[in-house]
Structure formats: structure tokens, C-alpha cells
Write a protein that binds this ligand. Structure first.
Ligand SMILES: [Zn+2]
Ligand SMILES: [Zn+2]
Length: 173
């Protein structure tokens, strides 16, 4: 796990420290599936800006996650540009003015990056936006084999209606 020692950074109000670092990202559990960052370490830009009353931390990186598609369970790759911002007050009056990622003199970057990615995740991770998913009848992948099934047990009343509909459709052409 990557952390950053804040001892090495001595800033006066108005000053800024910038760093490029490699941040280790842990794997994610999402919707009961496992998503693995590849590469495991991402290049991130860290900025630490000292204000009068506290310090602003920003972190920017792009995570690439590999895992199963929500619909077809095939391989999905997700590129996730991530920006995160935290604030640590000099003399905090309440907990909202502190960040949980500053622990002692360490900035817990991996944990922060992980949470930022979790917040940036879409509702569903798909192999492609128009993934057709799996066939509800036979379970085959509809992207590889687009198909439909003949309805086998047709109620005779529906069959009569379908015949009428087919006639109507053929009249139109
Ligand atoms: Zn898919
Ligand atoms: Zn099928």
C-alpha cells in the first residue's frame, strides 16, 4: 500500500507541493464480482496546497479495471479517470474539516485512491455500452451468437392472434 510522508513537505500558506508517484491500487469487489486494477500501480499526480486555515490535497490518476461484464460475464475493461480532493483543517472544530486519509504524518494514498475509484464507478460495468448479454433461454452469449428462440408452447388462442397479426403485417407490405 502506498503512503506519503508529510514530514518531507514543509509549506507556508500559499505554497504548493507537487509530486508524481506510483500508487498501488487494491482489487475491488463490485456487484459480487472482483475487478483487478491493471497495472496494479498507477501513475498519480499529487498536489498539496497550504491555505491559511488548512491544507488541500488533490490526487489525479486513471485507473484501468479488468473484470466480468455485468450482462454477459465476458471480459470488461474500464478506464476510469479519477480526481479526488481532501481538506485537512489546521485546527479542526469538527470532524468534517479533517480527512480520514491523513494518519499522523502519513497520507494514506492507496486507501484514498481506492475509495475515489469506488465513488467514480458506473452503475454497471459492461464489456461495451450496447452489450446484448446472455440469452434468457439457453444462456449463450448474444454478442457472439445473436439469436432468438421459437416459442415452443404456444397457447392456441395466442396462435390465432399471431396468425391475425401476421396477416395484418403481410397486408401492409
Ligand atoms: Zn458484455
Ligand atoms: Zn438462446
Amino acid at each position: 500500500m502506498t503512503s506519503f510522508s508529510l514530514r518531507q513537505v514543509k509549506l507556508r500558506p500559499g505554497e504548493q507541493h507537487r509530486d508524481e508517484l506510483e500508487v498501488e491500487l487494491p482489487a475491488f469487489e463490485f456487484g459480487g464480482q472482483r475487478y483487478v486494477p491493471v497495472p496494479e500501480e498507477v501513475a498519480a499526480a499529487l498536489e498539496i496546497t497550504r491555505a491559511n486555515t488548512g491544507t488541500v490535497f488533490t490526487l489525479a490518476f486513471t485507473a484501468r479495471l479488468f473484470g466480468p461484464c455485468y450482462r454477459c460475464l465476458g471480459d470488461a475493461v474500464l478506464e476510469l479517470p479519477t480526481h479526488a480532493r481532501e481538506y485537512q483543517a489546521e485546527s479542526p472544530e469538527d470532524e468534517q474539516m479533517t480527512t480520514q486519509y491523513v494518519v499522523g504524518n502519513q497520507l494514506e494514498i492507496s486507501q484514498w485512491a481506492r475509495d475515489a475509484v469506488a465513488l467514480a464507478l458506473p452503475d454497471k460495468i459492461l464489456c461495451r455500452p450496447d452489450c446484448a448479454g446472455l440469452c434468457g433461454e439457453c444462456g449463450k452469449n448474444l454478442n457472439d451468437e445473436p439469436h432468438t428462440h421459437e416459442v415452443e408452447h404456444v397457447d392456441p388462442r395466442w396462435a390465432a392472434l399471431e396468425a391475425l397479426r401476421d396477416e395484418a403485417l403481410s397486408d401492409q407490405t
